[in-house]
Design a protein around this ligand. Structure first.
Ligand SMILES: Cc1ncc(COP(=O)(O)O)c(C=O)c1O
Ligand SMILES: NCC(=O)CCC(=O)O
Length: 430
């Protein structure tokens, strides 16, 4: 594969854009370096770079591209939206329609508010929880990533940990002191924290299925215990479903898991690839938000007609029967191939697969919490990533991220990927 034009584009990018990327997750710092490929266009589940190379894509733009890069139904909706005015600064019927679709799909939510990103959505759930409870402290789980606002850039997974700094400079000590971090999948440390600080805790922020130190499911009973303990102390439970919403089923992961939070933040897959976030919950909590209540949240672009119409179209596509089963089947095939290739080549490999998502870890121990994920072979992952890329498979450039299936992947794409996996593991073993 030639990357001459990508290399040139990266030189230019570095001249004008910090680090050559508009989000640190896109750099190759976490995979031993290298120049991020500059993509030219996407089609279905394929990306084509500026040098004309084709990739089967499992990055899915870090999650949102669940319907592929250019689904005709979503493209038509975006075209129509563009032709009829992209932003009005007034209510639109599209917001109502999309809000109804979401509240219909997610029983824990009577009311919703749209934002432009997952970060904004989570940030506001925290503010609402504080306003509702009249308390300050937040508890979160180490290695979970909740966006890039100050409070949650403490022991964050995903991009921050990929770059070797799970705490960000620029976050004040006083902010960092407002958040208590405990390990995921362990009830006792959470319980101890709540016994000590519970009367001051406004909310417990949870990725119900972790997506940011790879995909990590909750242990049986863990989420139930979090809910019970949090509520016993008068704290709200906030689910960050920015990755998990509409990823495993038509709706939220909470209904698959059977544990219901007080507030939920959404993003990524609900927007058909356009900028989006949303948060919601029962009426009595959501009515804390302005203009009804005292918690302020706003946005010039919030609920914009482009994102709303793309989101509606995306949810319409996701109602197609059988798509989630097919994505899960493909992910299972990839998992089996990765484990088999690891076994055959003597490379300790663990795969966490949940529905149409998976993470491969080079490790001889199961991955249940952040320390487990940190303690995996980063160098091996870096080599794996680059070898896969060279063979035309585009993955997230970090051992802390996931592969995402889309409804556009076919059995042929999976077969091709499996063949690549076997070739790559042979090279890894050399
Ligand atoms: C669980 C989770 N919450 C929040 C965010 C932040 O969303 P955004 O990047 O849209 O601001 C992300 C990912 O970026 C995420 O994975
Ligand atoms: N799982 C973490 C992300 O999706 C982050 C994407 C970004 O910030 O670019």
């Amino acid at each position: 594969m030639k990357h001459t034009k990508s290399e040139q584009a990266a030189i230019e990018a570095n001249q004008y854009i910090v680090g050559g990327v508009n989000s640190p997750s896109r750099s190759y710092k976490g995979v031993g370096g290298g120049t991020p490929i500059t993509m030219a266009y996407g089609d279905g589940c394929y990306l084509y770079d500026v040098d004309g190379n084709k990739y089967i894509d499992y990055l899915a733009a870090f999650g949102p591209i669940i319907t592929g890069f250019n689904h005709p139904h979503i493209v038509a909706a975006i075209k129509k939206a563009a032709e009829t005015g992209v932003l009005y600064g007034t209510p639109t019927a599209y917001e109502n329609k999309f809000a109804k679709m979401l509240t219909d799909a997610i029983p824990s939510m009577d009311k919703v508010r749209f934002t432009n990103s997952g970060t904004e959505a989570v940030m506001t759930t925290v503010r609402v929880a504080r306003a509702y409870t009249n308390r300050d402290l937040i508890v979160k789980f180490s290695g979970a990533y909740h966006g890039h606002f100050d409070l949650v850039l403490v022991e964050a997974g995903s991009g921050p940990s990929t770059l070797g700094a799970s705490d960000s400079a620029g976050v004040t000590n006083s902010t960092a002191q407002e958040v208590i971090t405990v390990p995921f999948n362990q009830v006792a440390p959470f319980q101890a924290v709540m016994e000590k600080w519970g009367s001051k805790v406004a909310g417990v922020l949870v990725e119900p299925i972790i997506g940011n130190f790879g995909m990590v499911p909750p242990e049986p009973g863990f989420l139930e215990a979090i809910n019970e303990i949090a509520h016993a102390h008068g704290a709200l439970v906030i689910y960050d479903e920015v990755i998990t919403n509409f990823r495993f089923r038509y709706g939220a992961a909470q209904d698959m898991l059977g544990v219901i939070p007080d507030l939920t933040a959404f993003g990524k897959s609900i927007g058909g690839g356009l900028p989006i976030g949303a948060y919601g919950g029962p009426k009595h909590i959501m009515d804390t938000v302005a203009p009804l209540g005292p918690a302020y949240q706003a946005g010039t672009m919030a609920g914009n007609p482009l994102s709303m119409q793309a989101g509606i179209a995306c949810l319409e596509v996701l109602q197609e029967p059988g798509i989630y089963e097919r994505m899960a089947d493909f992910a299972r095939q990839l998992k089996d191939a990765l484990l088999e290739a690891g076994e055959t080549n003597g490379i300790p490999t663990v795969v966490n697969q949940i529905g149409g998502s998976l993470t491969v870890y080079f490790s001889d121990h199961p991955i249940k919490e952040y320390e487990d994920a940190k303690n995996t072979d980063s160098e091996m992952f870096g080599r794996f990533f680059h070898l896969m890329l060279e063979e035309g498979i585009n993955l997230a450039p970090s051992k802390f991220e996931a592969w995402f299936l889309t409804i556009m992947h076919t059995q042929q794409d999976i077969d091709e990927t499996i063949a690549v996996i076997h070739r790559v593991f042979e090279k890894l073993a050399q």
